[in-house]
Design a protein around this ligand. Structure first.
Ligand code: MG
Length: 377
C-alpha cells in the first residue's frame, strides 16, 4: 500500500511541545514531513531545527540561515500544502494561526489552550463551516478523544484528571510562601514555565475545562475535575449506562502528540515508555481543594459567563504568572490578581476577534499596572 507522507507545519517548534513534536516526527520519516517551522525567541534552536528538517517555510523574528520562504504564522497555518498544522505557540499568539487553520479546513493538532479559551465559539464555528478537524494534543483532551473513539452514543460526563501540582495538600497560608523555583518543579510532567505555574495554581485545569467545553460541546455542569497525583489516568468519560472509560499511559506528551498526528492510527514507538503493572500497585484520587486553589473556580466561572471574560482570565493569568516568576507578587496573589481583573471587566456578549484580543490586552495591562513597581501610565 502506498501511503502518502503527511506534510506538517509546526508552530512553536522550539517550545516544550514543539520539540517533542519534532522528536515524534523524526521517528517516522516515512510518514511525516516538516514543511514549516515557526518559533518566537529561540533563534539558535530554530536554526538547528531548520538545518535538520529543511522546512520550506519559516517564521521567526530573527530568521536563521537557510533556503526557505519566510511566512507569517497565519500564512503557514492556512498554507494549501500543509496537511496538519501543529499549534504549539504559547498564549495569545496561538489565536491567529488557530483561526486561520480552522477557516482553511486543516487538520489542527492543537496544543495551544488560549485560542479555544478566548475564542472557542468563533474557532469551532469556523472549523465546522470549513470541515477543519481540531484534534487535541493536551493530554486530558486527547484522553477524552481516545475514550470517545468508536462510541455512537453521546457521553454524559467528563472527568478531567489533574496531578494537583507540587503543592497538593498545602494550606493557603503555606501556599503564600512558595517560591517560583518550588512552583516550577512539577512532580510528573515536563512542560513549559507558564503551564507549569498554571498547573501549580490549578489555573491550567480551569483552562482545560473551558477547552473541553468547546472541543466536545459538553455543558460545564457535566465536566468535573478530579485530583489524581500519579498522572496515569489522563481523563475519564462517563456514558449513559454508567460505564466509565479512561485512557492510561505514562505522563509523556509524546503520546498525545503522536496520536494527534497519526490519528486514527496508533503507531508503535519504542521511545514511548510502557506502564509497568508490577510496579503500579494503586491509583489515588481526591477532590480538588477549591479554597486553597481558587484559580480553578475562577476559570470555570469565567467560562460559564462567556463573552470576553475568558479572554480576560487568560490575559490576567498570563500577566500574573509573569509577576510571580519575577518575584513581584506571591503565589497566592495570582488568583487574587486575576479575580480583580475579572471583577473590573465589562464583558461584551458575542464578541468579535478584535473585541476578544482587546479584552485580553486590557487585562494584561491592568494586571501589570496594578503590580508593585508597575507604572500607572
Ligand atoms: Mg493538560
Amino acid at each position: 500500500m502506498v501511503r502518502s507522507v503527511k506534510r506538517l507545519v509546526v508552530l512553536g517548534s522550539t517550545g516544550s511541545i514543539g520539540r517533542q513534536t519534532l522528536e515524534v516526527i523524526a521517528s517516522f520519516p516515512d510518514r511525516f514531513q516538516v514543511i514549516g517551522l515557526a518559533a518566537g525567541e529561540n533563534a539558535t534552536l530554530l536554526a538547528k531545527q531548520v538545518a535538520q528538517f529543511g522546512p520550506r517555510f519559516v517564521c521567526c523574528r530573527k530568521l536563521p540561515p537557510g533556503d526557505y520562504q519566510a511566512l507569517s504564522l497565519e500564512e503557514m497555518a492556512a498554507h494549501p500544502e500543509a496537511d496538519i498544522v501543529v499549534i504549539a505557540t504559547p498564549g495569545r499568539s496561538g489565536l491567529g494561526p488557530t483561526l486561520a487553520a480552522a477557516e482553511a479546513g486543516k487538520r489542527i493538532a492543537l496544543a495551544n489552550k488560549e485560542s479555544l479559551v478566548m475564542a472557542g465559539e468563533i474557532i469551532t464555528t469556523a472549523a465546522e463551516k470549513s470541515g477543519a478537524s481540531i484534534i487535541p494534543v493536551d493530554s486530558e483532551h486527547s484522553a477524552i478523544w481516545q475514550c470517545l473513539e468508536g462510541e455512537r452514543s453521546a457521553p454524559q460526563r467528563f472527568i478531567l484528571t489533574a496531578s494537583g501540582g507540587p503543592f497538593r495538600g498545602y494550606t493557603p497560608s503555606r501556599l503564600a510562601g512558595v517560591t517560583p523555583q518550588q512552583a516550577l518543579a512539577h512532580p510528573s510532567w515536563r512542560m513549559g514555565r507558564k503551564v507549569t505555574i498554571d498547573s501549580a495554581t490549578l489555573m491550567n485545569k480551569g483552562l482545560e475545562v473551558i477547552e473541553a467545553h468547546w472541543l466536545f460541546n459538553m455543558a460545564y455542569d457535566n465536566i468535573s475535575v478530579l485530583i489524581h497525583p500519579q498522572s496515569i489516568i489522563h481523563s475519564l468519560v462517563e456514558f449513559a449506562d454508567g460505564a466509565v472509560k479512561a485512557q492510561l499511559s505514562h505522563p509523556d506528551m509524546r503520546l498525545p502528540i503522536q496520536y494527534a498526528l497519526a490519528y486514527p492510527e496508533r503507531l508503535a514507538n519504542a521511545a514511548l515508555p510502557l506502564l509497568n503493572w508490577d510496579e503500579l500497585t494503586h491509583l489515588d484520587f481526591e477532590p480538588p481543594d477549591l479554597a486553597a486553589f481558587p484559580c480553578l473556580k475562577l476559570a470555570v466561572q469565567a467560562g460559564r459567563k462567556g463573552g470576553t471574560y475568558p479572554a480576560v482570565l487568560s490575559g490576567a493569568g498570563e500577566a500574573a504568572v509573569e509577576l510571580f516568576l519575577t518575584g513581584r507578587i506571591g503565589f497566592t496573589d495570582i488568583a487574587a490578581t486575576v479575580a480583580g481583573a475579572l471583577e473590573e471587566h465589562e464583558s461584551s456578549s458575542q464578541p468579535t476577534i478584535a473585541e476578544i484580543t482587546a479584552a485580553e490586552a486590557w487585562a494584561r495591562q491592568q494586571v501589570l499596572q496594578m503590580a508593585p513597581g508597575g507604572s500607572r501610565c
